[in-house]
Ligand binder design. Structure first.
Ligand SMILES: Nc1nc2c(ncn2[C@@H]2O[C@H](COP(=O)(O)OP(=O)(O)O)[C@@H](O)[C@H]2O)c(=O)[nH]1
Ligand SMILES: [Mg+2]
Length: 363
């Protein structure tokens, strides 16, 4: 599964600094079988300590974490929806990602120009969201026109569709995001519209190095704003992440404790993005590798098999499943099996986070 998170925000808020730190973290992870695809696309491992435990129990030769793609989306400025700055280029990039990470400047630094003159996180957020909304309105208006034309045939389903799209347009005109509109538009039509404000959003409040532990007034405003809307906000310091990318594991721990935190903002960012996207992890273990795979919460056993190889989904016979905790308690597969903790599951089985799975297939 190729999951991607787009970093958006006004210029000089720290997107590229954060992106570079993320990319370096990805590039340096041991045995990571991915590389940078494009300069603005980076692949990052999803931290998961369960893999270390499994690899130790099964003497796996290597560990392969799940991956997430981050895209540095430049060019969003006031007026972008009308073609200012890089204009519409960034919009195409946003359409392609699964979720948006909205980076908000919460650090003071006289050496780094603030495009709007001073720290104003909520004002910045409003500008970015307005640009996205304006673009969405344009998309919906076009679709509405088309829908109304088709509805003239008298087809009631098409008339209903036109009414729904009109109601969506009205919702957006009120300054509300598409995500908060719950009309009964056919999922296919909604997907086709692929609205920018229909994507899940994660706010990253970028604070100064010495503010990562407790945040500051600006980041508190971002957090409160996100909470009010039911969105998630994460505290990060792009500068800290850039520093961390230069250090080895031991130095990293030392540096983190010197600024009063235990985990890096990146880890929290990745974990939040994972939750935001409604994703879970299942695991495969063997002598070759201990590996994490990503599926949407609610995926069936054959769908999970399909993430490993599309043929495995077609040729699915059954899944041998051991819950992670049972695997560990049993001291490995044999012990878990003896303890009666290995379950045979069929096509309807819904995969749970932490399932250690062996698929049987006729491929
Ligand atoms: N002091 C400070 N400067 C930062 C921080 N994050 C980014 N910067 C600086 O802000 C400038 C713009 O950052 P950049 O990542 O290029 O912003 P972008 O335009 O959003 O991609 C660079 O000079 C960064 O070094 C931070 O947390 N603290
Ligand atoms: Mg940049």
């Amino acid at each position: 599964m190729s999951l991607s998170v787009g970093l958006v925000g006004l210029p000089n808020v720290g997107k590229s600094t954060l992106f570079n730190a993320l990319s370096r973290a990805g590039a340096e992870a041991a045995n990571f079988p991915f590389c940078t695809i494009e300069p603005n696309v980076g692949v990052v491992p999803v931290p998961d300590t369960r893999l270390d435990t499994l690899a130790a129990l099964a003497s796996s030769a290597r560990i392969v974490p799940a991956a997430m793609r981050f895209v540095d989306i430049a060019g969003l400025v006031e007026g972008a929806s009308r073609g200012e700055g890089l204009g519409n280029q960034f919009l195409a990039h946003i359409r392609e990602v699964d979720a948006v990470c909205h980076v908000v400047r919460c650090f003071e630094d006289p050496d780094v120009i603030h495009v709007r003159g001073g720290i104003d996180p909520l004002g910045d957020i409003e500008i970015v969201e307005t640009e996205l909304l304006l673009k969405d309105l344009e998309t919906v208006a076009k679709r509405l026109e088309r829908s109304r034309r088709s509805a003239r045939s008298g087809d009631t389903a098409l008339q209903r569709e036109a009414e729904l799209i009109a109601s969506l347009a009205e919702h957006l005109e009120g300054g509300r995001t598409a995500r908060t509109w719950h009309g009964e538009l056919a999922p296919a039509v909604r997907r086709e519209l692929s609205l920018l404000t229909d994507k899940p959003v994660l706010f990253a409040a970028n604070v100064a190095e010495d503010e990562l532990a407790s945040g500051n007034a600006a980041s508190a405003a971002v957090t409160a704003f996100a909470q009010e809307r039911g969105d998630v906000a994460v505290l990060v310091s792009a500068r800290v992440e850039a520093e961390l990318a230069e250090l080895d594991a031991e130095e990293r721990t030392e540096y983190l404790s010197s600024i009063g935190v235990t985990t890096s903002g990146l880890e929290r960012l990745i974990a939040s993005a994972y939750r935001l996207l409604g994703l879970i992890t299942f695991l495969t273990v063997g002598p070759t590798e201990a590996r994490a795979w990503t599926v949407p919460d609610g995926a069936t056993a054959p769908e999970a098999a399909g993430t490993i190889h599309t043929d495995f989904e077609r040729g699915f016979i059954k899944a041998e499943v051991i819950a992670y905790d049972d695997y560990v308690t049993g001291g490995g597969e044999a012990g878990a099996r003896e303890a009666g903790r290995l379950r045979i599951e069929g096509r309807e089985y819904l995969v749970a986070d932490g399932d250690v799975i062996h698929f049987r297939h006729n491929v």
